[in-house]
Design a protein around this ligand. Structure first.
Ligand code: TRP
Ligand code: ZN
Length: 909
């Protein structure tokens, strides 16, 4: 490794804090290069600190504060100035010996928000001030015990030039404001947050901003209705883009109250949109800060998917108010305690919002399954590879070097799957009982995943000792299933087994507790009763959950006359890989008849994966695509199925998903094979696709509801298939759609189709789009990203050439994460065949970009570094080139700890 030493933090080393903070008073004098922060920390010895640890050992009673990227101006203990001999300030730590049980520590520091390109701590974006403190950004604002189990009451005074910063916001309630007598032209605002919180939930926003606001009455369910002020703050000029975010917030508040009995506990709740932001959004108490991507939504600039994204992220951050803020994490190893649970809650919320728009039960079930399929798709395309690569970790990891590297799909999405399994095992009512007990026990505390599991178990009289392995073991278990029909006894036996491939630092794992939802279908697609041997009668319903706890277990069903087709892992009841030797005709049967919409979709996916893999292995594409094409022919024209669901059936599995099914990835052959299957399907289904194109055209103006969105999705898939297949009239239609559609969904879908085709209209359409949306950064991101991830036509120059041209444009910037992502990440993570060009040019580009981004924003550079995670899965020549690039990064002078950890793990793998 380079000079960056990888200090490893271990979960087992946790110790309760020696010192607690009861109250914090902060004062900010805002200035771009010279912001003065004064922090008064009211501290006391922690009575729960084990005395045997402290007694006598040198330094055990020291006060150690985190302090990074700041200049210390003044330090006082109980208002007595401290001299240079009274403290140590080195290696980002400020250490002193208080020598008393209770004291006030006052620190004055100087920080430089204008030069802070990391987007952690206090920084500027377009001249306005923002903070980002999770996970460890507060230590860049003032000296503090920066750990989530130190919870304090915050009182904040913000002072700034009134002209530069007319708006001054922080957490909680606005208690005072006025002019600063000592500074002409300056004003101040005082904010008080009544709830003790960890410092990662602190936020400050200041600058020229405008807001949309709305007052709602809430708390009825708790019998104490009060008025709440809701605000969405944006830069001037974007006032017209906040409606959907505001509506989503109102829905989220109502939903949490109705579904979980959890009210909004503040009189004021604010959302602020910022265009420079590392992630999606942040749940700061009462002052959520959002990437503009998850706030701005109008038909002109946002797609149906964007509208859904805003709703789900607004929900997610709001739901953190209880799951994350009122009950927080004891330490960062417990991150999934808040993230897994909150993702599960936002998934439920989105599913409920979709279902609420349905006109009957069947439509509602279909709407829910659409959301479920989208979630599973993300899990399998992103989390399964993570769990099989060098960064594999349990949802509650045992160690890390840089916590920012652990905001992963494993912590979030697999974490949500683990919560979902608990929900499946105890049922809806049991889950609610468990959540109620969790809050009864832990409101106001910083707790662990074990505390959560204990609440769910205790409320339901269950033992989840074995289930807890989902928290401690990494890797994706493989669920083996075999079925045997015993005609003489009219029985059907399912043998379930499990094994989990080894992960780094986890050679073997013990059996998991896996809920396996199954159904059985007879030859006509009718659901069979599910009576197990020893039971008097079959339970109601056509699905039942089998609990697999051993390495192998047998389940025997009675009254089964003929060999059934098993429908397995319905609803994706566990985050596992299902290994069952389905024949194509069985898959085609399930794709037609399965009564579980998830499993029906899954059967279609399996048919498609089979076809692509066979073509890659040399099979004839026309012949091998036929079963899939025939199954799709029926499905896409079946108007009894909701259009959004049909669109999912018609979407081929992503390259990244198929890549995980093979021993060695050949990205170029994979793209060619998948493309060949797409073309065969498009050819075979030309007529039904043309019919869809005509029948699904919307007559009226754009409406964002899920039914219209589903119709657009299906229609645009049909259009893309015909465009890709080289139909000139489809090219012309797509071109018109780019120029004339009244909404971004149709425009960007048509443009994407053209970009991935041989249409002569392509470049002109791109130019039109760039000009039309030159002043809409989020739309320009789409324009960049479509090109960086394009599939090129035979004979065209490598996409990397285009990417380099894009990087040279004046609108491009490495400092803005959305923009950098739209080109560099879209290419390195989203364009498998081009990034892995055989000559290694993609890897050279990657190396260059890591080196350029790391000094600006290590957190983002580390995300890019992960594009090489699966290097061991490629052919020897590519492996060798990737390894060489990884080694070069490792030798980079001044490499961040963030990138260092990712590279070290990749190389060690
Ligand atoms: N806690 C945030 C969420 O899940 C995400 C988050 C963590 C974040 N660290 C961040 C956001 C850093 C921005 C920057 O909602
Ligand atoms: Zn979150």
């Amino acid at each position: 490794m380079s000079q960056t030493s990888q200090t490893v933090i271990r979960r087992e080393d946790y110790q309760v804090p020696r010192w607690l903070v009861d109250q914090v008073e902060l004062q900010f004098d805002l200035d771009p290069q010279d912001t003065q922060v004064q922090a008064r920390l009211h501290m006391r010895a922690n009575p729960d600190f084990p005395t045997h640890v402290g007694s006598g050992a040198a330094g055990a009673d020291d006060l150690t504060l985190n302090a990074q990227a700041m200049r210390l101006v003044d330090l006082r203990l109980d208002d007595e100035p401290l001299g240079a001999d009274d403290y140590r300030f080195a290696d980002d730590l400020l250490v002193l010996a208080p020598g008393r049980e209770r004291f006030v520590l006052t620190a004055q520091v100087q920080i430089d928000p204008a030069s802070n390109s990391t987007l952690n701590g206090l920084y500027q974006s377009n001249g306005n001030y923002f903070t980002q403190c999770e996970a460890e950004g507060f230590r860049r604002i003032c000296p503090y015990p920066d750990r989530p189990d130190v919870m304090a009451r915050f009182r904040v005074r913000i002072r700034a030039d009134r002209a530069a910063c007319p708006v001054l916001l922080s957490n909680g309630n606005l208690v005072d404001q006025g002019d600063c007598p000592d500074k002409p032209g300056w004003h101040y605002a005082d904010w008080e947050d009544p709830f003790p919180k960890p410092c990662y939930l602190f936020a400050l926003v200041a600058g020229r901003l405008v807001c949309a606001e709305r007052t709602i009455r809430s708390g009825q369910a708790q019998g104490q209705a009060t008025d709440k002020l809701l605000q969405v703050w944006v830069e001037p000029g974007n006032e017209d883009k906040t409606d959907h975010a505001m509506q989503s917030l109102v829905k989220a508040i109502e939903w949490d109250e109705a579904r979980y009995g959890l009210p909004l506990d503040l009189d004021r709740f604010m959302i602020v949109a910022v265009s420079d932001f590392n992630m999606g959004a942040m749940e700061n108490k009462g002052l959520n800060i959002f990437n503009t991507k998850y706030v701005f939504a109008t038909p002109r600039i946002a797609t149906d998917i964007d509208f859904g994204g805003v709703e789900s992220v607004v929900g997610h951050e709001y739901f953190h108010n209880w799951t994350g803020n009122r009950v927080t994490c004891r330490d960062w190893f417990q991150l999934t305690l808040k993230e897994g649970l909150t993702v599960f809650r936002d998934q439920q919320f989105s599913a409920d919002m979709r279902a609420a728009q349905a006109s009957d039960d069947a439509e509602a079930a279909s709407a829910r399954s659409v959301k479920r399929i989208e979630d599973v798709r993300l899990l399998r395309v992103a989390q399964f590879p993570e769990d099989a690569g060098p960064m594999a970790h349990a949802i509650r990891p045992d160690s890390y070097s840089e916590i920012n590297n652990f905001y992963t799909v494993t912590i979030y999405e697999k974490g949500a799957e683990v919560i979902r399994m608990l929900h499946t095992l105890v049922g809806e009512a049991g889950f609610r009982k468990g959540i109620d007990l969790y809050f009864a026990r832990h409101d106001g505390q910083a707790v662990t995943c074990d505390d959560f599991l204990a609440a769910i178990a205790d409320a339901n009289g269950r033992d989840f000792g074995q289930f807890a392995r989902w928290y401690s073991q990494a890797g994706t278990p493989v669920l083996g299933v075999q079925g045997h029909h015993d005609a003489a006894n009219r029985r059907y036996e399912l043998v379930l087994s499990q094994h989990c491939p080894p992960a780094p630092s986890q050679p073997a794992s013990a059996p998991f507790h896996i809920p396996v939802a199954v159904g059985l279908l007879d030859g006509r697609g009718v659901a069979l009763p599910l009576r197990l041997v020893g039971e008097n009668r079959a339970p109601a319903g056509d699905t039942r959950v089998l609990e697999l706890t051993a390495e192998q277990q047998r389940f025997v069903f009675e009254d089964i006359d003929e060999p059934p087709v098993p429908s397995l892992l319905r609803g994706f009841s566990a985050p596992v890989v299902l290994d069952y030797p389905y024949e194509d005709h069985e898959l085609a049967f399930l794709a037609r008849h399965d009564t579980d919409p998830f499993s029906r979709w899954e059967a279609m996916q399996r048919l498609a994966v089979g076809a692509v893999l066979a073509v890659m292995a040399g099979a004839d594409a026309a012949h091998r695509s036929r079963p899939l094409a025939e199954a799709l022919r029926e499905a896409i024209s079946d108007d009894t199925l909701d259009a959004a669901y049909r669109a999912l059936l018609f979407t081929l599995p992503a390259e990244g998903y198929i890549a995980e099914q093979v021993a060695q990835i050949d990205p170029v052959a994979l793209r060619a094979a998948r493309h060949a299957v797409r073309l065969q399907v498009a050819d075979a289904l030309e007529q039904p696709l043309r019919d869809l194109l005509g029948r699904l055209r919307d007559s009226g103006p754009y409406r964002p509801d899920t039914v219209s969105a589903g119709r657009r999705a299906l229609r645009n898939l049909a259009l893309a298939a015909l465009v890709e297949a080289g139909q000139p009239d489809a090219w012309a239609l797509a071109d018109v759609q780019v120029r004339d559609a009244d909404n971004m969904t149709d425009r960007s879908a048509a443009l994407a189709a053209l970009v991935n085709s041989a249409a002569p209209q392509r470049e002109a359409a791109l130019a039109f789009f760039a000009e039309e949306f030159a002043r809409e950064p989020l739309v320009l991101d789409k324009w960049f990203s479509l090109q960086a991830s394009m599939h090129r036509q035979a004979g065209e120059p490598p996409v990397l050439d285009r990417v380099r041209t894009l990087c040279a444009r004046p609108e491009f910037s490495l400092r803005n994460p959305n923009r950098a992502r739209s080109v560099i990440f879209a290419f390195c993570n989203g364009n498998l065949a081009e990034f892995h060009a055989a000559d290694g040019s993609g890897y050279a580009f990657w190396l260059e970009q890591i080196r350029a981004i790391d000094p600006i924003n290590p957190q983002r550079a580390a995300r890019l570094a992960r594009a090489m995670d699966r290097w061991r899965k490629f052919d020897p020549d590519r492996q060798q080139r990737m390894q060489a690039a990884l080694r070069e990064v490792a030798q980079t002078e001044g490499l961040s700890r963030d990138v260092g950890e990712i590279i070290a793990k990749a190389l060690a793998h």
